[in-house]
Design a protein. Structure first.
Length: 245
């Protein structure tokens, strides 16, 4: 199955996302903590004027899934993000359980980089970590753009029925000032440095790692909620963070 979306399909996906996201917002209102700390992580996207191009869950024709599945990518409104890592993590909210979910990463020309299939035990935010390739070959090359997708496989015999989201990632090299900031051993300081420089994937993965280390830390939970809310992801800001894949 070819994973890159043509412009005509993207327009349909975006309209579906608007309906899906509004429906999800109505059924799952975001509830912030009663007391929130002042926001330290203030993500600054490279292009603050980018339109909302996030691609939401959709399907072609009738879906055999008994309940309409939702997938929401944890991405800025531009639907594009930067990373410094050769093996970054990717996040998406998945609403259904016991149905196969496929993650797929490919180059812009359609060459497969990594794929995995799994099931979630409960609705929540899924993280997929790309393994390092080794042997002097990088999973993500510097200054190249890649496309990734999460798909709910409703019918293995007919993949056109998949519900999916698709987004983009580009790996870059850090400047000297950012390198100095990232030398700080404090993970919060590094998360702030990533956010201030518009490095989305490393911002959210660093904060996710901190939350897993201290799952009851109310300040970290508040930071996570505020980060997602700042990118118009209010509907899933309070959803559980599941174990990485």
């Amino acid at each position: 199955m070819k994973h890159f979306l043509h412009d005509a399909v993207v327009s349909v996906v975006l309209s579906g996302f608007a309906v899906t996201f509004s429906s999800l917002s109505a059924t799952m209102p975001a509830k912030s903590l009663p007391i929130l700390v002042s926001q330290q992580i203030n993500f600054k996207p490279p292009d603050n004027n980018a339109p909302d191009n996030r691609q939401g869950a959709t399907f072609a024709g009738y879906s055999p899934c008994q309940v309409e599945p939702y997938i929401i990518p944890l991405m800025p409104p531009s639907n594009q993000g930067l990373t410094l890592s050769e093996s970054p993590s990717f996040f998406a909210y998945v609403s259904l359980t016991s149905i196969p979910v496929e993650f797929y990463l490919q180059t812009e020309d359609g060459t497969e980089v990594y794929t995995t299939t799994f099931k979630v035990e409960k609705p929540g935010i899924v993280e997929v970590r790309i393994p390092a390739v080794g042997d002097n070959k990088k999973s993500l090359e510097i200054n190249k753009r890649y496309q990734w997708s999460f798909s709910i496989i409703c019918d293995r015999e007919d993949r056109s029925m998949d519900n999916y989201v698709s987004s983009f990632v580009k790996r870059i090299e850090p400047g000297q000032n950012l390198q100095k900031d990232l030398a700080n051993p404090d993970p919060m300081a590094r998360a702030i440095a990533y956010a201030n420089n518009g490095i989305w994937y490393d911002t959210i993965s660093t904060l996710a790692q901190m939350r897993r280390t201290s799952p009851e830390d109310r300040a970290l939970i508040a930071e996570w909620q505020q980060l997602l809310q700042s990118q118009k992801l209010d509907a899933i800001a309070t959803q559980p963070l599941l174990e990485p894949r």
